[in-house]
Design a protein around this ligand. Structure first.
Ligand code: AMP
Ligand code: ZN
Length: 139
């Protein structure tokens, strides 16, 4: 279930301390040590997988269930009006810890956090071509 050299597995085991906010049989949630906003929380499955592609779906359901419980609490506690769920996969996408995790980041008006700058398609045709490429890759 857990990997001895994985930072988040070691946090689940209590080998490394964390500011835990929630735990059940499937899920562990704790504060991010370098928060994007105060209250930034990480929700992780207790069964190790490197990223979302390997996540056991039984744990996937439990994680979404936990997010539905935890995110409103994070918002209320922090006086936030919304939240982002961010989930990075692979180094190029910003993943630094290779144990699947979901970031809950509480958001307030004008909090200065931008997520991405849009890179529009040059034409509608190019957009359709891109859709076709992905549909082909799905087969
Ligand atoms: P990611 O960049 O999506 O892989 O996210 C990993 C997150 O784990 C980062 O936001 C880190 O700040 C956070 N992190 C790393 N080590 C710890 C730790 N010991 N306790 C809490 N959060 C951590
Ligand atoms: Zn792990």
């Amino acid at each position: 279930m857990q990997e001895k050299d994985c930072l988040f597995c070691r946090i689940i085991n209590g080998e490394i301390p964390s500011a835990k906010i929630y735990e059940d049989e499937y899920v562990y949630a704790f504060l991010d040590i370098a928060p994007g906003q105060q209250g930034h929380t990480l929700v992780i499955p207790k069964k190790h997988s490197e990223n979302i592609l390997g996540l056991d779906l039984v744990y996937g359901i439990k994680i979404i269930e936990a997010i539905q419980k935890i995110a409103p609490a994070v918002m209320n506690a922090m006086g936030a009006e919304g939240f982002n769920i961010i989930q990075n996969n692979n180094e190029v996408a910003g993943q630094t810890v290779f144990h699947t995790h979901f970031h809950i980041i509480p958001r307030k008006p004008q909090d200065g956090m931008g997520l991405w700058s849009p890179k529009p398609y040059e034409t509608m045709e190019k957009m359709q071509e891109t859709a076709k490429k992905i549909i082909k890759a799905l087969q």
